[in-house]
Write a protein that binds this ligand. Structure first.
Ligand SMILES: *[C@@H]1O[C@H](CO)[C@@H](O)[C@H](O)[C@H]1NC(C)=O
Ligand SMILES: *[C@@H]1O[C@H](CO)[C@@H](O)[C@H](O)[C@H]1NC(C)=O
Ligand SMILES: *[C@@H]1O[C@H](CO)[C@@H](O)[C@H](O)[C@H]1NC(C)=O
Ligand SMILES: *[C@@H]1O[C@H](CO)[C@@H](O)[C@H](O)[C@H]1NC(C)=O
Length: 276
């Protein structure tokens, strides 16, 4: 009888996967699950983690108290020095104790959102663009988010995981990871560019951008973000190296590629040694 009871207790205390619950330690977040506090998603290879972290602080406007700023981001999981590679809400930190009430989850419309439970407000959303009413029809498409081994956070259709709805590699912050893109989406006009951070502790967008030559050249420009002032250019990519940066052909370390198709054009790279 006791044995039966223990088994029964175990059974009811382990929620079924589809139920609301934590995704802590997993590489995926499904609808109904949420991530908060010190919870994190960890890529299957253990290299990357996604979760909330704090950097810098803001002054409260009402009483001058200093409150820590919280961000949702991805960082290297196995390097001792904390180094983030992507931030969701770099422009809108969560301040102070509100952080405890904030959760990452998949909203009813299939977007990944950071929600403040106290105020019921959305702090950040993946803002998946609805194409041909795909996400507005009566039939709901279930999605899931997964942190890939290369540090890309990907939202896919749960019923067909080859359908990618959104990925962090299309929205880089200031770090260009192998496999990520710097370029543009020709259909939506969206730029995949790198934007520096304000300073070492404030990851808000800074002044400097690296983007694909907007006039169509196959080269990178380093420029002041909101102006046409270019302060460096790599020169055209000739298939092996950038003309003004001959050392970029050092394929001992990296393999650079320019990809162009009907939808996108971008540079990407992979390390020559895949264990890097
Ligand atoms: C989530 O996992 C981390 C690391 O494994 C652990 O330190 C933390 O306590 C866990 N959080 C919860 C709420 O279980
Ligand atoms: C906050 O600090 C400023 C400047 O230090 C001061 O002028 C202001 O009175 C302070 N406000 C409060 C509510 O303490
Ligand atoms: C999954 O999506 C891909 C890409 O859109 C499509 O080619 C494939 O046929 C789909 N598979 C199923 C089983 O629907
Ligand atoms: C650049 O422009 C965008 C929108 O046009 C604005 O949100 C951003 O703050 C500007 N950045 C700088 C560094 O001025």
């Amino acid at each position: 009888m006791l044995q039966f009871f223990v088994v029964f207790m175990l059974f009811i205390s382990v929620p079924p996967v589809a139920c609301s619950g934590a995704a802590n330690g997993s590489s995926t977040l499904t609808e109904g699950q949420e991530l908060s506090g010190a919870d994190r998603l960890v890529s299957k290879n253990g290299k990357f983690a996604l979760g909330f972290f704090t950097s810098g602080s803001s002054k409260s406007s009402s009483d001058n108290t200093t409150l820590p700023n919280w961000y949702l981001g991805i960082w290297f999981n196995n390097i001792p020095k904390f180094t983030h590679v992507w931030i969701a809400n770099r422009e809108k930190p969560i301040t102070g104790p509100n952080f405890r009430l904030s959760k990452l989850r998949i909203s009813r419309d299939g977007n990944l959102v950071i929600l403040n439970h106290a105020t019921r407000s959305i702090i950040w959303s993946s803002q998946i663009i609805v194409v041909n009413g795909r996400r507005t029809g009566n039939k709901k498409t279930y999605v899931m988010a997964a942190l890939s081994d290369n540090g890309n956070l990907v939202i896919r259709d749960a019923s067909n995981t080859s359908v990618v709805q959104w990925q962090s590699f299309d929205h880089p912050t200031d770090v260009f990871l192998p496999g990520a893109k710097v370029g543009r989406n020709k259909v939506t006009g969206q730029k995949y560019s790198l934007v520096s951070k304000k300073n070492q502790i404030n990851p808000a967008p800074g002044l400097y951008c690296v983007e694909l030559d907007p006039t169509g050249g196959r080269q990178y420009f380093g420029k002041l973000c909101n102006s046409s002032i270019v302060y460096f250019s790599t020169g055209e990519w000739n298939g092996r190296y950038f003309n003004l940066v001959p050392e970029s052909s050092s394929t001992n370390f990296f393999h650079i590629q320019f990809i162009e198709n009907d939808e996108e054009e971008y540079f990407t790279y992979t390390p020559s040694d895949p264990t890097l």
